[in-house]
Design a protein around this ligand. Structure first.
Ligand code: SF4
Length: 227
């Protein structure tokens, strides 16, 4: 189907020279703990059903997480927090995600990110964000028939996602809504948009984002999505 074709095309993208070099360098040099593993080292497509009603948008793959396993949020600390919350809400088949072949399935939820390649220091440049946008736009267009809510993790994702929603034909209010945790924005004739602090260690280790806070936003968005 369309999403399957999109995912296949994404994995072959080489449009950002700095990110191509970095993702492949990390895949070659590896982290000692994963020295015996073959890294993915390519762009990471979305993960989850092709008729999802809830879309969760992050930032970019982690160098030794999704850039290693080839699946969104899989194999890193951010993912541990996210999948635990999804499992607690009945949206994931298991509470952790370790590898692309671990059998984990998601219920009604798809995970994606506005930048598909691991960036140095987890910081894509604005140019890289804009170069990668068409992939997210197409994913939004393909999901649109079933999509009821979108949760965006963090301010970077928020800034990247609003223009993508507009480009996908959804009407984002003007002036553009500002990111904050727990905010909900209704898009006319489209999904509801939720802001949530990113599940990065910087937020979860410091208690800025607690498991209960994350569950609350995901629960609201899932309920709105009929899950
Ligand atoms: Fe392609 Fe996006 Fe990766 Fe850039 S970040 S190389 S646009 S997949």
């Amino acid at each position: 189907d369309g999403i399957g074709r999109l995912d296949a095309r994404i994995t072959g993208c080489r449009a950002c020279p700095r990110l191509v070099a970095w993702r492949e360098e990390v895949a070659r040099t590896k982290r000692a703990a994963f020295a015996d593993q073959a890294y993915w080292g390519r762009p990471v497509p979305g993960f989850g059903p092709h008729d999802a009603s809830l879309l969760i948008v992050g930032l970019a793959p982690a160098a030794h997480g999704a850039n290693r396993t080839g699946r969104m949020f899989t194999g890193d600390r951010s993912g541990e927090v996210l999948f635990r919350a999804l499992y607690d809400l009945g949206l994931a088949s298991r509470p952790d995600a370790v590898a692309a072949d671990d059998g984990l399935t998601l219920h009604g939820v798809r995970l994606t990110s506005p930048v598909r390649c691991a960036p140095p220091a987890n910081k894509p440049t604005p140019a890289e964000r804009d170069t990668c946008r068409p992939w997210l736009v197409t994913e939004l267009e393909l999901l649109r028939p079933t999509l009821r809510s979108v949760v965006v993790l963090g301010a970077f994702g928020w800034q990247a996602t609003l223009p993508a929603l507009t480009a996908a034909g959804l009407s984002v209010p003007r002036p553009r809504p500002v990111f904050s945790h727990g905010t909900r924005v209704a898009l006319a004739d489209g999904p509801a948009l939720y802001g949530c602090f990113h599940v990065s260690q910087r937020n979860t280790f410091t208690g800025r984002l607690t498991p209960a806070m994350l569950r609350a936003v995901l629960h609201a968005a899932a309920t709105e999505a009929g899950l």
